[in-house]
Design a protein around this ligand. Sequence first.
Ligand SMILES: *[C@@H]1O[C@H](CO)[C@@H](O)[C@H](O)[C@H]1NC(C)=O
Ligand SMILES: *[C@@H]1O[C@H](CO)[C@@H](O)[C@H](O)[C@H]1NC(C)=O
Ligand SMILES: *[C@@H]1O[C@H](CO)[C@@H](O)[C@H](O)[C@H]1NC(C)=O
Ligand SMILES: *[C@@H]1O[C@H](CO)[C@@H](O)[C@H](O)[C@H]1NC(C)=O
Ligand SMILES: *[C@@H]1O[C@H](CO)[C@@H](O)[C@H](O)[C@H]1NC(C)=O
Ligand SMILES: *[C@@H]1O[C@H](CO)[C@@H](O)[C@H](O)[C@H]1NC(C)=O
Length: 557
Amino acid sequence: MRNFAAATTALLFLALTAGALPKVSRVGKYLYDENGNRFFIKGIAYQTQGTVISGPDNPLNQPSTFVDNLADETACLRDIPILQQLSVNSIRAYSANSSLNHDSCMQALSSAGIYVILDLTLPLNGSIDTTLPAWSTNILDQYLRTIDAFAKYDNVLAYNIGNEVITPSATQSAPFIVAAARDIRAYLNSISSSALVGYAAIDGPSSFVVNEANFLACSASAEIDLFGLNNYEWCGNASTTTYNTVNTEFANYGVAAYFSEFGSENCAPLTRVWTEVPVMFSEPMTNVWSGGMAFSYFSDISKGANFGMATVSADNTTIVTNADFANLAAMYKAVTFVATPAQGTAPTPTLPTCPKSNPPGWNASTTLPQTPDDAACGCLESALSCLFSPPTPNYMDLVGELIGVACGLVATAGGTCDDISSDGVAGTYGRLAMCDPTIKLSYVMSQYFELNHYVNVACSFDGNGTVNANAPTGILATAAASSCIPSATVFTPSAPPVLIPGTGAKSSSNSNSGSGNSPGGTTSSGMPAIIISRGLLTGMTAAVGCVIGGMIRTLCW
Ligand SMILES: *[C@@H]1O[C@H](CO)[C@@H](O)[C@H](O)[C@H]1NC(C)=O
Ligand SMILES: *[C@@H]1O[C@H](CO)[C@@H](O)[C@H](O)[C@H]1NC(C)=O
Ligand SMILES: *[C@@H]1O[C@H](CO)[C@@H](O)[C@H](O)[C@H]1NC(C)=O
Ligand SMILES: *[C@@H]1O[C@H](CO)[C@@H](O)[C@H](O)[C@H]1NC(C)=O
Ligand SMILES: *[C@@H]1O[C@H](CO)[C@@H](O)[C@H](O)[C@H]1NC(C)=O
Ligand SMILES: *[C@@H]1O[C@H](CO)[C@@H](O)[C@H](O)[C@H]1NC(C)=O
């Protein structure tokens, strides 16, 4: 066994070093490999569909669970020969669990010449939200953990920082996506990763798509490298003019673009013929686009159609492919990549101009939120008088609900939730908007507790809150925030705290913190050094609680 393990390790090492896939980088609007060849994405989505658990918490009926396909060695080794029948050079995976091992699958994909575009998002609360967006420590750290888990592989082509987050009817998340691109790019640079920063966009009216694409690419050093459009406009044996509009829209786009999903269902003929493939991989499309990801390898039922091309047997051991698969394989095999323009003659990159807020179809500020700062938020949390104590392991729904409840109560007592709120249309970001939702909730709970003169019941929230016995005496939550939270800063995030296995809790070391912005005067224990005397505190509290509070008189002394 010992020798076998050693041999395997040696082989893996050899393969990792000797057979490395060429790095792919973006030059202006095109992709090139390190040998100077123009690179196109000829790929397929490779993600088992999660289970949709319907309910009031899931209005969009999004998958609530996910399978980490890149951690499933057996399935991966089963599928790679089938992917090779398609002659793909890339796959797109939509979620990965950073605490699992991906060596075997990633290595085998690399050996098969297959790159991976990996979405950093997870179902439910593991993504920037469409309508209540925040770029906060929990999402940043999740993204960084996934990057850390994949940084050693040579075949990660790009990390997607979001999929269909910005929608035609809700564009306020756009500044948060750009902030994510900015911080993830800075992190990738800091670990010398050449992986591209991507985003996969929902299709929509021209005014929306163009503004969105430009918005995501217009801020130097926060621009994405790879704009993915989930494009399903080609249906069946469509006319070759089908893509004329989208070609015109992206003709002068400043960064690389591709179809992050394509392959419409329920068309005539019903079996997909993939006649878009030869169009996508020849001029004039290749002047604008860098290929696409056909949707989907695994069964994926959406809008009454199954987009899957491979059916897995009940015991997971064998695969049956369908006619869509055979047609796609024939089309993909016939593709020859266009070589032009040569890398040396690629047009000089020019980033687009940022769309102004409020043109038709666009409504987002170019003022970006700051880099989420774990250390500053942790400093604040340790000084709060009342802490959210999760009653169940899955508490993110409850946190959202309780923030609403607590903000309502604080408002009744004359306070506000401005510190934890943000507005991507106005470009205003509360100083705690970047913190983990549980810390935001504890902050609001603490304010309510203070406003009620620390009567224990005011920290209970029906058993969801606990008095923080370790909090320094006499510090108002707002004062702790002033002490701990630096004014909005942008910095290169560092590796996130390690997750303590099985608990979702974090170890205390190695947190993200802005360099040179150490929160005004912290003690060695991380506690804010501003201590307000109890007398002053109670005076202030009384003023807030009682002057405003004719209506909450019973809560006053
Ligand atoms: C659709 O296109 C395929 C592939 O080019 C061709 O074989 C087929 O005859 C076409 N079918 C129709 C209904 O046009
Ligand atoms: C088959 O694989 C899926 C994950 O893709 C897993 O959820 C399921 O339990 C497996 N079934 C069997 C019989 O191993
Ligand atoms: C943009 O958002 C603001 C604030 O939410 C709203 O008042 C305005 O009508 C929106 N404009 C457009 C064009 O959507
Ligand atoms: C988590 O997602 C659920 C479902 O969308 C939502 O109700 C809840 O408010 C979210 N929690 C937080 C803290 O954002
Ligand atoms: C926490 O708050 C929720 C929502 O208000 C409530 O249903 C629940 O009973 C509270 N207590 C615990 C321990 O979950
Ligand atoms: C990741 O895998 C670990 C180990 O199986 C599990 O405890 C954890 O819940 C998983 N995380 C997610 C987000 O699914």
